[in-house]
Structure formats: C-alpha cells, structure tokens
Design a protein around this ligand. Structure first.
Ligand SMILES: *[C@@H]1O[C@H](CO)[C@@H](O)[C@H](O)[C@H]1NC(C)=O
Ligand SMILES: *[C@@H]1O[C@H](CO)[C@@H](O)[C@H](O)[C@H]1NC(C)=O
Ligand SMILES: *[C@@H]1O[C@H](CO)[C@@H](O)[C@H](O)[C@H]1NC(C)=O
Length: 232
C-alpha cells in the first residue's frame, strides 16, 4: 500500500524542487544584472554590500544599500544618492530588470549625456539632480512613458530645448529643470496638478498659459517678462 503512494510523493517533491530552482534562478539573474550595473560605475565603494551570494531584498526590506524593494522581494528601484558616484549608467542592463519603476542618482558626480530613460518605459520617477550631466536632451526621450510622475533634472549642465515629450506625460506632477543651461521657449504644458521649476536657465519668451498659476520664482532668469503679450 505504501509503495503505491510513493510515486505521488515523488512527483510532488520533484515539482517542488523544480519550482524552487526556477525562483532561485530568476532571482539570481536579477542579482547578476545589478552586479553588472554596479561594474559600470567608476567608484562603487558605497555599494560594497552588493554581493552575488546575497539577495538584494528580503521581502520589502532592503538588504543591499540603495535598493528599493517591493513586498514580493523584487527590486522596484535604485536610490543611489549622495555616494560620490561617477562613471556610466548602464541603462541597457537596468532595462532588463522588469520591476524597476524609480531611478535616483541624485547628488553624485555623474557627467556626460542624460541616461536613455526611454529604455525603461514603465519608469514613474527619474532623479538626476545635482550632478554634472550635460548636452542636449532629445525631444522624444519621454515619449509614451505614461506612468511618469516625477522628473528631476535640476542643477546639471543640460543645454538645448526643454524636451517636448514632457508635455505629453499626463500624470506628471513634479518637474524640476532649474539651474541648467536650457534654451528657447518653454513648450505648452497643460497637465493639471503639475508643479514645475524652470528657474536659472537661458529660457526666453512667454510663460505658457497652462503654467500661469505656478510660483513666479519658478521662472526666475527668463529673458522676457511673462504676460507682456496679449493674453488671448
Ligand atoms: C570619479 O570620482 C572619483 C572620486 O570618487 C574621482 O577620483 C574621479 O576623478 C572621478 N572621475 C570623473 C570622470 O569625474
Ligand atoms: C542633495 O544634497 C543637498 C545639499 O547637500 C540636500 O539638501 C539634498 O537633500 C540632497 N538631495 C538628495 C536627493 O539626497
Ligand atoms: C562638476 O564639474 C566641476 C568641474 O568641471 C567640478 O568642480 C564640480 O565639483 C562637479 N560637480 C559635481 C556635482 O560633480
């Protein structure tokens, strides 16, 4: 009788082992990708506890420094702030982590062009403030990022125009572009509940009507006074 039930238990055990293997394997590949990302930084000493044999998250508790964890133990973002980091930001490898929604590299020493955020279409927040990023940001870089709520690029050396694709982010609530070298006119933002800051750039022209309720200090340093033209 006992020998008749054994095959059933064997199947269960094999099934369970397979499941465990699959779980461990998927975690392991995320770990590998994050370690690859780390190796693209010049000076990742602050990330010393990012180790291949330790999971980044224990459920929603972060184990690795600067990791944001979800309840199910997946990685929902990186918060690598105030770490003196520089080097390149490997967006290709980050785009292979399907659960990432937030990236912060604020208050470091990154330079060069903006990381290509369009590679992670589901991002809800990108924080690059207080670095040395520079160069023109392509107009469509935010195209289709319908979940984007917060874009903070302040205090870098960005040039060129404010990317028009920002005006299409329907749930954007916080846009910080101040203290850069952006030029040209501010495009037409019409999102309700959006807070912006464009101060201290090389912007010119009028303030778009959709931004008339913003704090005037958000436009400090604009070449022409707002609302000098007829309003209609
Ligand atoms: C990166 O930061 C380190 C110090 O953490 C510094 O020695 C190095 O010059 C920096 N490199 C660049 C390209 O800024
Ligand atoms: C960056 O540094 C400034 C000044 O040191 C500080 O006020 C700010 O909170 C920091 N921001 C982040 C995101 O850590
Ligand atoms: C940006 O670069 C300048 C030199 O070009 C340097 O003095 C400054 O400390 C850098 N800022 C950051 C946040 O790395």
């Amino acid at each position: 009788m006992g020998s008749k039930t054994r095959p059933h238990w064997q199947y269960l055990i094999v099934f369970h082992l397979l499941q465990t293997c699959i779980t461990v394997l998927s975690d392991a590949s995320d770990i590998e990708k994050l370690i690859t990302f780390k190796s693209s930084l010049n000076n990742p000493e602050a990330l010393a506890n990012w180790e291949p044999n330790v999971a980044p998250c224990n459920l929603d508790k972060e184990i690795w420094t600067g990791i944001i964890c979800r309840k199910d133990g997946s990685v929902s973002g990186l918060r690598l702030e105030n770490m003196g980091l520089n080097g390149s930001i490997d967006m290709d490898i980050l785009s292979e982590l399907p659960s990432i929604r937030t990236l912060s590299f604020a208050n470091n020493s990154f330079s060069g062009p903006i990381p290509d955020v369009s590679k992670i279409g589901l991002l809800r927040g990108i924080y690059l403030s207080n670095n040395n990023f520079s160069g023109v940001i392509r107009d469509d870089i935010f195209a289709g990022m319908s979940g984007m709520r917060r874009v903070k690029l302040q205090n870098n050396k960005f040039t060129g125009r404010i990317p028009g694709s920002l005006t299409k982010l329907s749930i954007l609530v916080d846009l910080q572009m101040q203290d850069n070298e952006f030029q040209g006119e501010i495009p037409d933002f019409e999102q309700k509940g959006l807070k912006v800051n464009f101060a201290n750039n090389r912007l010119s022209g009028r303030i778009p009507s959709g931004l008339r309720n913003q704090d005037p200090s958000s436009f400090a340093g604009m070449k022409f006074q707002p609302f000098t033209e007829s309003l209609d």
